[in-house]
Design a binder for this molecule. Structure first.
Ligand code: CTP
Length: 397
């Protein structure tokens, strides 16, 4: 599975850095092409000479060497995946904060390929609140984390924090590339986030959607090798590299952006919370509070999912969402039919932890053969995996 794969290995300063040598040997043996960037702290634990000999490539460490500049941008573009192993608490904190004080960080910040990290630290550091928060932050950026192992630590204590063994990292990478190919060559359109419908230059009609669910689906689709375009309403959420983003504000803009690429799309997932109504007129100046009552005349927006459903050709898959507060199943099935979708993902606002703003969601997926698949409450990233798996099952059906 790793034959011909380009792996950019980042090595940071941790006692586990000696395992980078074993890891490099395993990767090269499996047929991967390995380039290595290490921090200066990592050199205290493993020598550049060992790593360059094993990888058969020069090891880079500084932003410039002998008056020549190390092209960090091209390294991140060259790689199929960037693996940071070991990831020290210090480099983790820099990744979370976006610091750029060495070549490894410059490469990381400019990498357009997926990034996976294998943390290594003592148990107390591993359990520290800032480590927990930093891991959550970098995972929110779309980076993947290979779980640490429990066992004997450099301090002599026994506990959590050991870097995954090189063999376990190899297995993880094999799984990644196996999964990655599932959607290779597929073009995917995803709508996400809210829309804002302007009333005047300072006010709008919006909703509580954060865009988290749609972004998690976009990232999972990308992880499986799809060419993903995300049409994203107003949202501050960060999106992992390698996804084409079209930023929009209104329902009309979202409609136009989706419509313009749908015919060239294999899979479309409409997860946005699109405004159903928009003001007929937008005041050009701020509306002053001169009247006791104010009416804003609203008109229906175009239903993007329904329009795409009416244009859908053989071989295209269309997935919609249904957010319901009552008669959930009945309403979801109605939407499946009336919008000509292939799957409807129902989330009910009656389920604790589901819907807007939460990091978790609870869904049931309905297909056109009358099947329904209920899932338990999970993180939005895990829910995205379930949704993408259901779409892949449908592709193979
Ligand atoms: N949707 C859309 N364009 C709209 C409205 C909704 O593409 N103008 C999509 C949503 O992205 C979602 C699905 O339609 O995939 C269902 O959205 P939802 O708000 O649950 O239902 P509505 O169709 O708006 O119907 P209602 O508000 O009556 O429940």
């Amino acid at each position: 599975m790793l034959e011909g794969k380009k792996i950019l290995l980042g090595v940071s300063g941790s006692i586990a850095a000696y395992k980078a040598a074993i890891l490099t040997r395993l990767l090269v043996k499996a047929g991967a092409e390995v380039k290595i960037v290490m921090t200066s702290a990592a050199k205290d634990f493993v020598t550049p000479l060992s790593l360059s000999t094993l990888s058969k490539n020069p090891v880079l460490s500084d932003l410039s060497e002998n008056d020549s500049w190390a092209n960090h941008v091209m390294l991140g573009r060259w790689a199929d995946i960037m693996l940071i192993a070991p990831l020290s608490a210090n480099t983790l904190a820099k990744m979370a904060a976006g610091l750029c004080d060495n070549l490894l960080m410059a490469v990381y910040l400019s990498a357009t390929c997926p990034v996976v990290v294998a943390p290594a630290m003592d148990e107390d550091m591993w359990e520290h609140g800032s480590t927990r928060k930093n891991l959550e932050t970098i995972s929110g950026f779309g980076n993947q984390i290979i779980p640490v192992e429990e066992g004997e630590l450099a301090s002599g204590l026994v506990g959590k924090g050991r870097m995954a063994e090189p063999e376990a990292i190899l297995t993880w990478l094999n799984g990644f590339f196996l999964q990655k190919n599932e959607l290779a060559g597929k073009k995917v359109l995803i709508t996400a986030g809210p829309t804002y419908e302007p009333i005047d230059p300072v006010r709008f009609i919006g909703n509580h959607s954060s865009g988290k669910m749609g972004v998690a689906i976009a990232e999972e689709m990308r992880n499986r090798g799809a060419d993903v375009t995300l049409v994203l309403g107003p949202s501050n959420i960060s999106v992992a590299a390698g996804i084409n983003i079209i930023k929009v504000k209104t329902a009309a803009e979202m409609f136009e952006a989706s419509q313009s690429i749908f015919s060239d799309t294999d899979i479309a997932v409409m997860s946005a919370a699109v405004a159903d109504y928009t003001p007929v007129n937008t005041a050009s100046e701020k509306i002053k509070k001169t009247e006791d009552d104010l009416s804003v005349h609203l008109t229906k927006t175009a239903d993007i999912l329904k329009t795409l459903g009416s244009q859908k050709k053989n071989g295209q898959l269309l997935i919609g969402f249904a957010l319901e507060t009552n008669n959930e199943k009945e309403n979801a099935l109605k939407k499946l039919e009336s919008k000509n979708a292939d799957l409807i993902v129902l989330n009910s606002l009656n389920d604790a932890g589901a819907g807007f703003g939460h990091d978790t969601n609870k869904i049931t997926i309905f297909d056109r053969s009358g099947n329904s698949y209920p899932f338990g409450i999970k993180s939005k990233k895990e829910v995205a995996i379930d949704i993408v798996n259901s779409i892949i099952n449908l592709l193979h059906a």
